[in-house]
Design a protein around this ligand. Sequence first.
Ligand code: BEZ
Length: 199
Amino acid sequence: MLTLLQTAASPFARKVRMVAIERGVPLALEEAKVDPADRNTALGAFNPLAKIPVLLTSKGAIYDSRVICRYIDAKGEGPGLYAGPDPWGILRLEALADGIMDAAVVARYELAIRPGDLVWQDWVAAQFARIEAALDGLEAGTEDLRTLHMGTIGLAAALEYLDFRHPKLRWREWRPGLAKWLEREVATNRMQSTKYPAF
Ligand code: BEZ
């Protein structure tokens, strides 16, 4: 059995759990303590960067989330989530979704963990500007969101993370197409059974 060291609030971990569901690969979940200002030495025994998610396999630990997704995908049957007529498009959307997550998590840490008088507002604004630009491109149709693949799974996890941690962004306001797309995604089993925690 594969064990995922994770935290339920991480969009990167959620993406991995969604892939496991789609590919029919069972995962045991183990909640890890995550504090950006305090390296988790127990986690560091598996990943020197001490970052989640980490996948424990019979042959050792695997990280980061992109590598874990590929690993789990390869365990499933059939063509998998990286197969399609435009494989580079799938990888590009996966990278874009990860970039949205990265910027959103950085902004979250800055706003939620830093002492208020030390928050670097320009830094936060720069993260939000990246996210807004990515969403504008997606709304304009830069990527093909019609089929299920690694890119669309990552994007769904990223967009719901914005709702979870940055509701003030109100990203849907100017992006009805993307909002409708996510509405359909949210109804799927892979999203319903991997929801972010209610805090
Ligand atoms: C969060 O609480 O938003 C979070 C936790 C771990 C990794 C990424 C995000």
